[in-house]
Design a protein. Structure first.
Length: 109
């Protein structure tokens, strides 16, 4: 899975939009809900590696980190409620999609 596929998947969810939240940064993308403007995914390029931040339940966060080498505590975000998925050749596309859906649901209210 790559950055473009993550953006396309996010845009396939109902009532969302793509935003560039940081002035003069056209690389970092926040995927947000139309209604409440909360982001549910933050996509960043960190040293030429794509990081995808998603919100998860705190109990699930730790389990994910212990189970997958490519899931770490969130880069520059609350580490209790957010995880970073490092996109590489090992990433499970279905898992990434499930975590995006979970994050979408958790931030919808």
């Amino acid at each position: 899975m790559n950055k473009k596929e993550v953006v396309e998947y996010c845009l396939s969810l109902p009532k969302v939009f793509e935003d560039y939240p940081f002035k003069e940064d056209n690389i970092t993308i926040a995927m947000k809900h139309n209604k409440n403007k909360k982001w549910f995914v933050l996509i960043m390029d960190v040293n030429n590696t794509i990081y995808v931040n998603v919100k998860t339940n705190p109990e699930y966060s730790e389990l994910l980190r212990k189970s997958y080498k490519y899931i770490i505590p969130a880069y520059h975000m609350n580490k209790e409620h957010w995880n970073t998925i490092i996109l590489d050749d090992n990433v499970d596309k279905k898992l990434v999609e499930e975590l995006i859906q979970l994050s979408y649901s958790l931030t919808k209210k």
